[in-house]
Write a protein that binds this ligand. Structure first.
Ligand code: SAM
Length: 343
């Protein structure tokens, strides 16, 4: 997979779902493993997939290229923690060539930042220009409690290294009632003070965790109303191709995003599908329906079967999801964890 230039990708027909939405954004979960155990994401004692079930990095590249040939312009690597997958940098290097050749507009990743100090410069060399780093609190003790295993100091060092390498950073924070809601103004000032965007995310009911999600769930409509006592928030048309809606914070001059799958879903403009590390394609983060791409991928060296499976999957992309969190629905809406499909 270390050919010096990217193979030319012959263009196939665009991927258009039954609702006329063009699929131009692929998220790839390169591993379900993570070096953190965030309380809203995983149970502490997780059983991970056997390594033999994973697509190899070459196979992940091949599926990604099949999507690029069908009009995908943006790829986000996620997980689990993408930077803990062995040799992941070789996949990033290969996919980065499509950015350099104009085949992709953007290659990016979502990371917990734990390995960034080590990899930031290489990410930039391979064509990554923007990354999302997940940070839910600026309090070291609380950070340890939320992530169970994480070290905030190390993450901050990673962020500094990434900025030094020239990567633009967006901080993602899951809003957790009674945990970090009182800290959001401070996080806005911190992120914007360091020239980073901040996006707030509602907790989604994915996978069994040790606690009760209804205790953690904080509607962002409520949080935003509170923020307006301290900040002037102005709607702006800024878009990154993802589901966040952005506002400008007048006092800091920075951007604040809101991802609100529960209080206001964003399905009508969905341009995304998600590939897991075992080659399963989820057409919607919030539905069980999925398509197996591993079998057609492995059945032949050419991409005809894979292409046909992708077409068939896109023809089943649902209109939207229906997450609910309330006291009557405190079971997860879906049994799989976010670490399987990737955030
Ligand atoms: N390990 C990487 C990271 O920490 O960003 C990438 C994977 S992680 C699953 C991606 C994002 O999903 C993180 O921002 C995380 O906070 C978020 N996340 C995980 N479980 C979630 C849930 N149930 N609801 C909302 N966001 C969740």
């Amino acid at each position: 997979m270390n050919t010096p230039i990217s193979r030319p990708i012959s263009a196939g027909p665009a991927l258009v779902d039954p609702f006329g939405r063009h699929v131009t954004y692929l998220r790839v979960s390169v591993t379900d493993r993570c070096d953190f155990r965030c309380v809203y994401c995983m149970a502490e004692d997780m059983t991970f997939l056997p390594k033999k079930d994973l697509l190899t990095l070459e196979e992940l590249e091949r599926v990604s290229e099949a999507f690029i040939a069908r009009g995908v312009r943006k790829i986000r690597l996620t997980g689990g923690e993408p930077l803990v997958r062995r040799n992941v940098m070789s996949l990033i290097e290969s996919l980065g060539r499509h950015v350099k050749s104009g085949g992709l507009d953007e290659l990016t990743l979502t990371t917990n930042g734990s390995q960034l100090a080590r990899f930031a410069a290489q990410l930039h060399d391979h064509g990554v220009r923007r990354i999302n780093v997940s940070v839910d609190t600026l309090d070291e003790q609380k950070f340890r409690t939320i992530t169970r295993w994480g070290d905030l100091k190390k993450v901050k060092e990673g962020i500094a290294a990434a900025q030094k390498a020239g990567l633009a950073i967006k901080i993602n924070a899951v809003a957790l009632k009674g945990v970090n809601d009182d800290e959001i103004p401070e996080m806005i000032r911190w992120a914007h003070g360091e020239s980073m965007d901040l996006t707030l995310i509602e907790t989604m009911p994915l996978g069994d965790i040790d606690g009760d999600r209804t205790e953690q769930y904080l509607p962002l409509s409520v949080l935003r109303a509170g923020l307006m006592d301290q900040f002037t928030l102005e709607d702006i048309p800024y878009k990154t191709g993802g589901p966040a809606r952005y506002m400008q914070v007048k006092e800091t001059g920075g951007r604040l995003g809101f991802i609100t799958p529960l209080t206001h879903n964003f399905c009508e403009s969905c341009n995304r599908v998600r590939l897991t590390c075992t080659g399963t394609l989820f057409m919607c983060l919030g539905q069980e329906d999925a398509a197996d791409l591993r079998a057609p991928l492995r059945a032949s060296e050419g991409n005809e079967l894979l292409d046909a499976a992708i077409d068939e999957a896109i023809s089943r992309k649902p209109k939207g999801h229906d997450f609910i969190i309330d006291r009557r629905h405190n079971k997860p809406a879906l049994s799989r964890h976010m670490s399987v499909t990737g955030g």
